[in-house]
Write a protein that binds this ligand. Structure first.
Ligand code: HEM
Length: 356
């Protein structure tokens, strides 16, 4: 073979090598990384739906949610199986913590309270909040909810001051705006706290039954059904070793509807389960109920939201009793938060006999 022949072979070999390297590069993210991640997690006993090339489980998840949301729903509190049917099914099949795939991205769904508390209270910034997609960024902006590091710490300090230091001063303004909507008619309310004139901060703090009712409502229908974190570097979580770049999906909806934590009556509205300490309601698992998050990133608007709810509800109950309208269609859906797809129609019955 002459020089030309040798050159041709060399050229072909180089081309093959180049194509091979290019192929490895192309397949690294959608094939090699998921296979490796799946192996790392399976070897530690974490199972889950199998990874499908490029799509992961995205299509399956979409189809399952579409199927349940198209189905008419009974007036039931069992919303976990309809709002997050994939998590409901896979948690039962693979266990409390399992691996699912958003495209080639591995996501560990965590519904075990102890692990969740460990993640949310980590002090070494090992579990930062993830990147936000463009739609969410447009809605939430670049503010406290999604910021990280020093920027978050500065904003959080300011927000803590505004919400805690100043929030009691906001109560009269909340009462006034509720009055504008409800009118100033005479008040009756059956609860001794509610019977009084306009609610003041001491009254709000004493509304024990209402607090139980609010807790039970947000247990069954949590507005925020979960939140995400990322694993910044290889780290030990409980008995697991988590690799960097794994995404974590914390699901409080799954916890709130877990019969092992709440008992067989888990889907019944029973506010009395909150009549004593939370641990009493949760089979001694204090970590099981966190509708406003936990750790340093706990909801900064927690007291604001609860005070506002208590004020508005007590002022409504001073004037009206209410029942659900027959026109109400039960269809909880997730649009960022959980909400009733067709609104909630209620019938108000005035407590003032002259207005009936
Ligand atoms: C029932 C009503 C509410 C619920 C269930 C709720 C729930 C939550 C949860 C679960 C988190 C933690 C998210 C995470 O750790 O990734 C959070 C964070 C946050 N919430 Fe709320 N929230 C409510 C109302 C409010 C209100 C009324 C405000 C403001 C006026 C507010 C402002 C925030 C902010 C700024 C954060 C981020 C805090 C941080 O990262 O430092 N929330 N909320």
């Amino acid at each position: 073979m002459g020089i030309m022949g040798n050159l041709l072979i060399l050229l072909l070999c180089s081309l093959c090598l180049y194509l091979f390297v290019a192929l490895v590069k192309v397949l690294h993210k959608p094939w090699w990384t998921p296979i490796r991640m799946q192996y790392l997690m399976t070897s530690q006993g974490i199972k889950g739906p199998p990874y499908r090339f490029i799509h992961g489980n995205t299509k399956e998840i979409f189809n399952k949610i579409k199927e349940t949301s198209d189905r008419p729903m009974n007036l039931s509190n069992d919303i976990f199986s309809t709002v997050e049917p994939h998590i409901y099914e896979w948690k039962n099949k693979y266990g409390k913590n399992f691996l699912q795939w958003h495209g080639p991205q591995a996501v560990l769904v965590v519904t075990e309270p102890e692990l969740i508390i460990e993640i949310l209270n980590n002090k070494d910034r090992a579990y930062p909040k993830g990147k936000v997609n463009r739609c969410v960024k447009k809605l939430l902006g670049d503010g406290l909810v999604k910021s990280k590091g020093e920027k978050w710490a500065k904003m959080r300090k300011l927000a803590n001051y505004a919400f805690h230091g100043e929030s009691l001063k906001l109560l009269p303004a909340m009462v006034d705006s509720a009055k504008t909507i409800l009118g100033r008619g005479s008040k009756k309310g059956s609860d001794p706290v509610i019977q009084k004139e306009d609610p003041n901060p001491e009254d709000i703090a004493r509304l024990k039954t209402m607090t139980m009712i609010i807790n039970e409502s947000i247990r069954l229908h949590p507005p925020v059904i979960g939140f995400d974190r990322e694993v910044a570097r290889k780290i030990k979580l409980g008995k697991l070793i988590l690799p960097a770049n794994l995404h974590l999906r914390i699901r409080n909806l799954a916890l709130n509807h877990d019969p092992q934590l709440w008992g067989e009556d888990v889907n019944y509205f029973r506010p009395e389960r909150f009549s004593q300490r939370i641990a009493k309601a949760t089979n001694n698992n204090t970590a099981a109920f966190f509708p406003f998050g936990n750790g340093p990133r706990t909801c900064v608007g927690l007291n604001f939201a609860l005070n506002e709810t208590k004020i508005v509800l007590s002022m409504i109950l001073q004037r009206y009793s209410f029942t659900l309208s027959p026109s109400y269609t039960h269809s909880p859906v997730r649009v960022l938060t959980i909400r009733p797809e067709h609104g909630i129609q209620i019938m108000l019955h005035s407590l003032n006999s002259e207005e009936k």
